[in-house]
Design a protein. Structure first.
Length: 213
């Protein structure tokens, strides 16, 4: 079921234990992916490039690959940590593709209203309950400007699968924001993963099988 939620309502998610490090600063929001290691080299100040779906970049800068592949065991929890370098009200979503960037979901639908300079975002669809490829949605909702940039972190449980080329995606929906080209009202970061199933646990059959190379 898909629902429209205001950013002040609690998030809906699956297999996630959240620890808010800071209490959730004006035009364009930005965030840096601190953990896991990003698939591209991020600007140290803002975390750019991050506008284009599904994994960052812009119309003129696709980003420089970091060539980092994170490794994990299926069924274990991985730590996610971001810093919102420029504040905007909104929330986050985490997804996992078993087939690289191509398998990542489309950005959520956004409700807009007409503003003095064109469309402005109001709310976005939040999946509840979540299902593959979404791990958690409506994460870290915030609507008050902090005194300093906020850092958020959580542990998210991976499905027990074997996936040589998985992509973990973290996106931020921005409310009260004008339309970006590219990216619309969403900012994007990704991390590449090599996941090996835990033989002591059952395989999670709800996730798409990784394609053979």
């Amino acid at each position: 079921m898909l629902t429209k939620l205001n950013v002040t309502r609690p998030f809906a998610g699956l297999m996630v234990a959240v620890s808010l490090v800071a209490v959730p600063i004006v035009a364009q929001a930005h965030f840096k992916l601190l953990e896991p290691a990003s698939w591209i080299v991020e600007d140290q100040r803002l975390g750019d490039p991050q506008k284009a779906a599904p994994c960052g970049g812009t119309n003129t800068d696709a980003g420089t690959p970091s060539n980092i592949v994170n490794k994990a065991t299926g069924g274990e929890k991985v730590h996610i940590k971001v810093t919102e370098t420029i504040y905007h009200p909104g929330h986050y979503r985490i997804a996992l593709s078993t087939n690289g960037h191509e398998g990542l979901p489309a950005d959520e639908d956004v409700v807009t209203k007409e503003g003095p300079r064109g469309p402005q975002s109001v709310s976005a669809t939040i999946m509840s309950p979540v299902k593959a490829p979404i791990l958690v949605d409506g994460l870290w909702p915030h609507s008050e400007r902090p005194a300093t940039p906020s850092t958020y972190e959580t542990d998210v449980q991976l499905p027990n699968i074997t996936c040589p080329k998985c992509t973990l995606q973290i996106t931020e929906f921005m409310a009260e924001h004008g339309y970006n080209n590219p990216g619309g009202y969403i900012y994007h970061h990704c991390a590449e993963y090599q996941i090996t199933a835990d033989p002591a646990k059952p395989i999670d059959r709800s996730w798409p099988a990784a394609r053979a190379n």
